[in-house]
Design a protein around this ligand. Sequence first.
Ligand code: CMC
Length: 430
Amino acid sequence: MADSLTVTDNRTGKTYELPVQDGTIRAMDLRQIKAGPDDFGLMTYDPAFMNTANCRSAITYIDGDKGILLYRGYPIEQLAEDSDYLETAYLILFGELPTAQQQQSWIREITLHTMLHENVKKLMEGFRYDAHPMGIFLSTVGALSTFYPDAKHIFDKDSRLKQTHRLIAKVPSIAAYAYRHIVGRPYIYPDNDLSFTGNFLNMLFKMMEVKYQPNPVLARALDVLFILHADHEQNCSTSAMRNIGSSQVDPYSALAGAAAALYGPLHGGANEAVLRMLNEIGSVAKVPEFIKKVKSGEGNHRLMGFGHRVYKSYDPRAKVIKKIADLVFTVTSKNPLLEIALELERIALQDDYFITRKLYPNVDFYSGLIYQAMGFPVEMFPVLFAIPRTVGWIAQWEEMLLDSEQKIARPRQIYTGHSARNYVPREQRD
Ligand code: CMC
């Protein structure tokens, strides 16, 4: 057999031929390898899924060594240049770019679903004044399942499409309400005359003006940032979405879980850490000293916004973001931390420590600077990530549901506890 792996079990001397397909062997093919008749069969041990493919997916392709990111085959750089978020969302969900007519009805559907039920508003009002907006966001998304009980018909295509429209349209409204809540301003209803990101800016920043006019540069910058964050294959939150969804729960409940995974500082919170780091460095003159600390491991310093589990070259999203930053700063005035970031990047990219470890700027290195310059508090950063990632979560969830090989996710374990023992009555315990 050409595409196969020959394995000899040295415990028994037996040899097995395992098929190799798409560069993988099937873990279940190992089960036949047994040390004796009572043996359960061989398993793999892979904490954090470092080397395990959990699904087949046709949505997003990443080549970490070459710095390539494709959505449905289209390079991220081309989408960031020529597309907008809603068109990219359509592409990710349905596999092809929309025709003019499809695009028109897609935008119409999303625009018609931007309003939140008044009781959702009341629910959000119940949060404490200092509640973290990401906590508000994920709780409210989860609560939507009680407003749309039809969402549990997950094998009904029309129902899935309806929840998709609702989710994509309503997450910016929830995010904006969460922001207005923490800054103590009244919630602003959506304005359906505006674009997706123009309306989002309206719901965030409208004050007493009769009609809010979004700045076109900022609206476009958000559009591009949303494109860049729309999907990233099997990351922590997307795996959570697939895992929870595999229990066949409704998409709102699954998406609340995915958003919870994104809330963590190792996932959606890194751009906040970049800002903290830049503030701590304080000035361009202190950059060499900081780099020295990172290299020596002193104080456990890492260069935040650098390095990636998958990318071992410049994150293609970071390249696009750098350009967007220049554009945004023409409107908002320059973020004073930019000079420090540029100097850090300049020094790190020619330093052996970073070169040999293949540490390059990732998507988070510049995004926080842009969000801060646009007036967002750092707590909003993961929420701004969750809005576009919603499309990736839904697409991956639906792909999982329609994949006949998928079942409820249920990993195995290596048991390290006691063997069976008898219950000890309370009075006999030491
Ligand atoms: N600064 C300094 N050294 C680093 C860094 C860094 N940012 N990242 C990795 N290293 C070193 C690390 O110390 C290790 O060195 P050695 O081999 O001498 O022990 C080597 O590089 C390999 O690191 P690792 O921790 O094994 O790599 P990983 O794949 O487990 O970690 C990472 C990936 C992203 C968690 C890590 O690079 C990191 O902590 N970066 C900073 C945080 C960050 O920017 N996170 C955002 C990721 S992108 C957002 C997303 O897609 O969700």
